[in-house]
Design a protein around this ligand. Structure first.
Ligand code: FES
Length: 386
């Protein structure tokens, strides 16, 4: 046990004073919950302690290509595990500000159950604020914060043939799904169609997984690596060549928003039931919602009043600009995480006016209600408390 000397104690006191000076005001500004105010202070003494989130130790950061890292984490014991295909929110701090991003877990649950570890695969996003920092800034031995596992992009027990379609880092939740099948008896057969422009992540691992699956009583996995530069994008003709009888198959799609939308539309047009198509946007999703189909005429653009700590700030709405972007442009530093309507971290109260939810296409009522800033467009004058 370490003995505290007088010198140690006064250094510690000074550290705490400095810490309170720097972090407590930030906490007070950024969080509405009393417990959160004291979180940075308590973590000076107990690094694992956190409010609502789970501390996770970074065990290793391994670069697996020039812009992709594999991150191995050891979540605290209170973390309750995950289903293959689910994601977590990872929160990091840069210069005192918290940033949160969603990442699918790429390892199979077995690694968590056996060794208390999970793996994330993170690709640097162009123009991203957070992923370049994660790639270069995360260090083994440090702690980060994660949420409970979330999401319903998980394999079903139905015996139908399954088609998993991934593009780019959209392979990560699918790798977790396929890895989990290695340990279970499963009657269904699976085709993985994996698109990538330059490199297919986990190519060797997936190929081995597929060949082993044909030797055992597990789901039979066939992998099809498609170079989207030379072989093109998903098409029904391509699907027909891989699995001619796909109408009753279940589809699991993960990749960029446009790829998901196009693939989904093509499948539905061909007669695949919507109930048999599940998709996940996280891994390679751009940080902005897709607003190209949303038409807001100039007459519907009004004034947005943000109220923060009882102080009003007036902003003029601009076309196709979400309330999150408007608040950020006004330097109001609203909370956010995924920026795509999933994590609910940007949730706040619209006091009055009408907003359009870009993910559901729904127009709100004029009264007070909770909205998500990142997927809401103002329609006319709106007042929002953030
Ligand atoms: S930032 Fe995640 S829902 Fe808005």
């Amino acid at each position: 046990m370490k003995t505290l000397t007088k010198n140690n104690i006064s250094i510690k006191k000074q550290q705490v004073k400095d810490f309170i000076k720097i972090n407590l005001p930030l906490s007070l500004v950024n969080s509405k919950e009393v417990n959160s105010y004291f979180e940075p202070l308590i973590q000076q003494f107990i690094p694992q302690w956190t409010n609502h989130r789970f501390r996770a130790k970074i065990l290793s950061v391994v670069r697996i290509s020039h812009n992709v890292i594999a991150l191995t984490l050891q979540p605290s014991k209170k973390w309750s595990g995950f289903l293959p295909g689910q994601f977590i929110e990872l929160t990091t701090h840069q210069n005192g500000a918290a940033f949160t991003r969603c990442f699918s877990i790429s390892s199979a649950p077995r690694l968590w159950e056996k060794d208390n570890k999970i793996e994330l695969t993170i690709r640097e996003q162009n123009n991203g604020k957070v992923t370049p920092w994660l790639i270069n800034g995360l260090k083994a031995g440090e702690y980060t914060q994660i949420s409970a596992a979330k999401g319903d992009f998980t394999l079903t027990d139905r015996p139908n043939h399954k088609v998993l379609i991934a593009a780019g880092t959209g392979i990560t939740p699918i790798k977790s799904m396929l890895g989990s099948l290695k340990y279970e008896r499963h009657d269904s057969s699976i085709d993985l169609i994996y698109f990538a422009r330059d490199e297919h992540l986990f190519q060797e691992e997936l190929t081995t997984l597929a060949s082993h699956s044909h030797l055992k009583n597990h789901a039979k996995i066939n992998v099809h690596f498609i170079n989207s530069k030379s072989q093109g994008r998903f098409s029904i003709d391509m699907l027909r060549q891989i699995c001619p009888t796909f109408i009753d198959s279940e589809f699991f799609i993960c990749g960029p928003a446009q790829m998901i939308t196009d693939t989904r539309q093509a499948l539905i047009k061909e007669g695949v039931s919507q109930q048999h198509i599940l998709q996940e946007f996280f891994s390679a999703h751009s940080t902005q919602p897709d607003l190209k189909d949303i038409q807001i005429s100039n007459t519907e653009l009004g004034n947005v009043q943000f109220i923060k700590n009882a102080m009003p700030t007036d902003v003029s709405a601009t076309p196709k600009t979400t309330l999150l972007e408007l608040a950020e442009a006004a330097q109001l530093n609203p909370n956010y995480g995924c920026r795509m309507g999933v994590c609910h971290q940007c949730k706040c109260t619209k006091k009055s006016g009408i907003t359009l939810n870009t993910t559901t296409g729904q127009i709100s009522d004029t009264g007070e209600e909770e909205i998500q800033l990142c997927v809401s467009l103002p329609v006319g004058d709106v007042q929002v408390e953030i």
